[in-house]
Write a protein that binds this ligand. Structure first.
Ligand SMILES: [Zn+2]
Ligand SMILES: [Zn+2]
Length: 145
């Protein structure tokens, strides 16, 4: 193995924790798999909604919920917003040597043999040979525009 491949292996097999859903993952399974969620739109503070899906802030989190015990299986019930309406890859809470942007498949070709079902991942763009981190909405402004 040359150094380059060793570096790649380290990057793709590093264990991360997702900042959004709290799951453990490695990039080898994560890139283009879209197992997480985000809001592609902007937050509209005037109307207290996201522009992508019009989700409204939940104001239930005051008196009643404050006295309920925290349930780790339903953390979203205690947030003002859901973590998202649109599929995307998990995002690490750690420094990630693989940036959170589209992955050029050719650049990381040696890793392909470790990736399961690359071609059937939702983020796989066959014409551009890329693994895309997020499902882009066709309309609207997004955080990636
Ligand atoms: Zn949304
Ligand atoms: Zn996640």
């Amino acid at each position: 193995m040359d150094d380059n491949i060793e570096d790649m292996t380290r990057i793709f097999f590093k264990l991360h924790i997702c900042a959004v859903c709290g799951r453990y993952y490695t990039e080898i399974d994560n890139v283009g798999a879209h197992t997480c969620r985000y809001h592609p739109g902007k937050y509209d503070s005037f109307n207290d909604t996201y522009t992508c899906c019009s989700e409204k802030r939940r104001y239930g989190s005051t008196d009643y919920q404050r006295y309920m015990s925290f349930t780790p299986d339903k953390p979203q019930a205690y947030r003002s917003f859901s973590s998202g309406c649109t599929p995307c890859d998990c995002r690490s809470i750690y420094d990630n040597p693989l940036p959170y942007k589209d992955v050029d498949v050719k650049e990381y070709a040696p890793m392909l043999m470790f990736m399961k079902d690359v071609a059937s991942r939702p983020g796989y763009n066959e014409s551009k040979l890329r693994l895309e981190r997020v499902k882009r909405p066709k309309d609207a402004q997004t955080i990636f525009s």
